[in-house]
Design a protein around this ligand. Structure first.
Ligand SMILES: NC(=O)C1=CN([C@@H]2O[C@H](COP(=O)(O)OP(=O)(O)OC[C@H]3O[C@@H](n4cnc5c(N)ncnc54)[C@H](O)[C@@H]3O)[C@@H](O)[C@H]2O)C=CC1
Ligand SMILES: O=C(O)C(=O)COP(=O)(O)O
Length: 411
């Protein structure tokens, strides 16, 4: 790996929300030494203070990086979400600032799928209420209302990475799988696509939600959808708290129309383990409540730590945006004798010719170049044969091109 122009020991890494130690190890192994680690998310004012000097920031699902916070992070190079969801980051604002955002799209899917499957079994057996009764000294040995999952219908809303794994595991237990997705999906195993969400709700014994947080999924399960579910059916939500109208769910659980629920994510979640958890579902025996731990296994966290830290290191060291969620994907092999410049710009006509004119005017040979664009921005990595001082001068000249968002000399 080449020596970077901006010394690695000056790059500040801010890691929040107790990301795995494997992330810290990955940064250290890559030569980064300024690593600030926090066990939990920070209050807004402190977040703005800490992020002001940070070059690389790592968060999980709790930390909100809105446009104002991102704008206050003047040195920010890239953001890593050490999780799947990226709804907590204003991705468009980050893009407009020339900041790529990375995540770990697969590392915790199995953990969520296993938890969901276990919950489906526990709910169908009415174990949450029996467990609560026993803890209170009660004893109600009865088969009433208890069912095997074998032969029952599992309705999966959002048939993506997690939804498909849940479906395959459920089939292994003999469940019949029905799914609903907005995209047309390859069906795995013996799963069947439902005609529509309502169709799934009307047929499933257990409904499990695996959609991302978007304007379309906000409150997609409200009073009307709960009413469509079969009497005595169960609901599992390990996606995002905004997807379910939690008051409507509490009401449906009280009437018994919904027999049980397992909820891992909430519209409002505590910032840290010291803060109180408040929810209309607290105290209901037929509800499994978990503190957003669907993806919290040691295996998943360890893998996520390595995966996301490696993506941040790769971007910082060689400019690769491969698998960024809000950025054109660019990766260029190293040219052994070249210097590398990065240019992030608004996607306007003639930008590449203006960039290349500059190099031809200065009589600098381009050894390699890779441009990718999204509708609003372009990202070009340029390897050139030039001296260190000339590379610095070229960077300044590139920065003057109208529409430039960011420019860096990497090495
Ligand atoms: N509880 C936890 O700890 C965890 C929660 N999650 C949540 O689970 C979500 C899903 O994760 P993945 O399966 O990896 O995502 P994914 O992107 O692979 O799958 C999501 C699926 O939902 C579908 N979808 C989107 N909008 C929809 C709509 N309005 N109606 C129906 N389907 C819709 C998509 O087409 C896609 O197939 C994440 O976005 C995250 O919010 C993820 C990991 C851990
Ligand atoms: O991966 C996700 O999207 C999750 O919801 C897990 O979030 P966490 O890292 O546990 O805060």
């Amino acid at each position: 790996m080449k020596k970077t122009s901006f010394p690695k020991q000056d790059i500040r890494v801010l890691l929040l929300e107790g990301v795995s130690a494997s992330a810290v190890e990955t940064f250290k192994a890559a030569g980064y030494s300024q690593i600030e680690f926090h066990e939990k998310s920070l209050p807004d004012a402190e977040l703005r203070r800490r992020i002001a000097d940070a070059h690389l920031v790592g968060i999980r699902s709790r930390t909100q990086l809105d446009a104002a916070t991102l704008e206050s992070a003047k040195r920010l190079i890239a953001v890593g979400c050490f999780c799947i969801g990226t709804n907590q980051v204003d991705l468009a604002a980050a893009q407009g600032l020339g900041v790529p955002v990375f995540n770990a799209p697969y590392s915790n899917t199995r953990s969520v799928a296993e938890l969901v499957l276990a919950e489906a079994i526990l709910l169908m057996r009415r174990i949450p209420q029996k467990n609560a009764q026993c803890h209170r000294g009660g004893w109600s040995k009865s088969a009433a209302g208890s069912y095997e999952v074998r032969g029952k219908v599992l309705g999966i809303v959002g048939y993506g990475h997690i939804g498909t794994q849940v479906g395959l595991l459920a089939e292994g237990l003999g469940m019949r799988v029905l799914f609903h997705d907005v995209e047309s999906k390859l069906t795995l195993g013996n799963a069947q696509a439902a005609a529509a969400l309502d169709d799934l709700l009307e047929r499933a014994d257990v409904v499990t939600l695996h959609v991302p947080e978007t304007p379309q999924t906000r409150l997609m399960i409200g009073a009307a959808q709960l009413a469509r579910m079969r009497p005595g059916a169960c609901l599992i939500n390990a996606s995002r708290g905004t997807v379910v109208d939690i008051d409507a769910l509490a009401a449906a659980l009280r009437t018994g129309h919904i027999a049980g629920a397992a909820i891992d994510v909430f519209p409002v979640e505590p910032k840290g383990n010291e803060d109180a958890f408040v929810s209309p579902l607290v105290g209901m025996d037929n509800v499994i409540l978990t503190p957003h731990v669907g993806g919290s296994t040691l295996e998943a966290q360890d893998n996520i730590g390595i995966e996301v830290a490696a993506k941040l290191v790769r971007y910082s060291d060689n400019g690769s945006t491969l698998s960024a969620v809000n950025f054109p994907e660019v990766t260029l092999p190293e040219h052994p004798h070249s210097r590398r410049l990065l240019h992030i710009h608004r996607n306007t006509p003639g930008m590449l010719s203006r960039i290349n004119e500059l190099f031809s005017r200065e009589n600098v040979n381009i050894d390699g170049q890779y441009l990718q664009t999204s509708p609003s921005i372009g990202y070009v990595v340029i390897d050139v044969s030039t001296s260190e001082p000339q590379a610095a001068a070229l960077k300044e000249a590139l920065a003057q091109i109208p529409g430039t968002l960011r420019t860096r000399v990497l090495y």
